[in-house]
Design a protein around this ligand. Sequence first.
Ligand code: SF4
Length: 514
Amino acid sequence: MSELAERFETHDPGEKLVAEKIRCDACPVMCYIAESRTGACDRYGNVGGRIVRMDPLTILDHAAETGAAIVPFAEEGETWDGELVNTGRRFVTAIGAGTTYPDYKPAPFIVSQEVEGVDLVTVVTEGIFSYCGVKVKIDTDRHIGPETATVRAQGEAIGHVTTGEYGSQMLSLGGVHHLTGGSKAEGRATCDAMLALCNRKPVELVIDGGATVIVEAGKPPVIDGKLEQRMRVGCGSATIGMFATQWRGLVDEVVVVDDHITGVVSEHQAGKVLGWQDTGIKIIGRRSTPGRYFKVSEPGLGWGGTSISDPLSILGEWNAKKGARPGMSLLMVSTTGEQFAYYELDDELKPVQKPFPERLRKSVELIEDNCEPALCTVLFVGGAGGSLRAGVTENPVNLTRSVQGLTTYVTVGGAPVYVWPGGGITLMVDVTRVPEGAFGYVPTPALVAPIEFTMRRDDYVRLGGYEGEIRSVDDILAKGGEYLNPRRGTAAPRDNPWPPLAQLRRAAANGAGR
Ligand code: SF4
């Protein structure tokens, strides 16, 4: 008996059936499940002596080309007559469809549909992704941790901080090494965190040498207990470039404090073009090009993603020979406009903070207005391999070639995906475009994600598809499938294109439409 099978009271294939328990064979764990109980993943259960998929099959009915409403399959004991929206634009997603296991079995549903005179086939399966991860983009200028720092959930290493992008901090989480290459606790914590993130639940992540961040797809991050509000408008240099004209004639000097590039208007090209006078200012930092300074401070939770709370700490002595004079005015502002202060030089050329003048308020508000809301974006990234591709065609590499050749359109729960160039089928999907609760797991551990492949019927046959398994949407609605649990779905509508039409249009645009 395998270790997992033992843990979940399961048995290896071929072993004798345990009294009144029946075996689920939808994944390698092979749980034996008692009446009215569910297996280790809670996705399958024993209902009346039959293994059923416990979540409802989700069928999309697209009310318009760009609007997708989720339509329930049917209440128990009913069949759905398709009249709820009645657009005829239905799409059987893989959510609740069940899994192809072992590899040679055809996918749970292979659905035919005629669209604009073309016979299309959609192959529908819930893929078990042992090789998968989550990329998190956190729109904030707060420093959350150094690059490559370990990210932990439940105290276990589940990923790392990767390269920050413009105004965003990025995390790379999961992957097969954390899922199965470490301890059991690490694998479980990784799987739990990825599952929650993909199903749009909040997850607390602790970064070694950095911040504690609560990440939830589609929501602002909470960093060290503080709900973030804004993503910066740009780096300090870009901010100077964008708003230099707003400050002209209102103030003698402007410094935009930023963790990456701090900008100084009198030295910056934007100021020079406008005829800005030298001010004799001295910035303590590494000068890059005129008016642009790197490393004015360590990164942190202070002004502009730096660690400073007093912006004057980045200024050196003012130089009278280079233009400094008593009474000179100075605006210091962060890249989000959240922090700002106004100073005037005294007789000894020391900046003294003064009440913030009304004349500058509009320009600071403009910086704030140009910021975007702080936000967490979660992308599921997975490599579709073995059982998944074999469930579509007897010759799996044909599916890969067909996806790469754009004759097959891939969706996750009806949501469009980005397929990476190169070998294999490595896809990314924004989890907020996937109906809620679409992701599951198996305790191997691995994530389960819905995946659909839509293509012309003749292409499907040509790539070695299971032609004898093709069924109409109506037949699926009327008769269900091997494991189908006909219960009501509850997911919310999403704005995704209707996959069959999207496939036809893309194929036509790429000259693949015939
Ligand atoms: S873990 Fe889930 S899918 Fe796998 S055998 Fe058990 S109940 Fe079935």
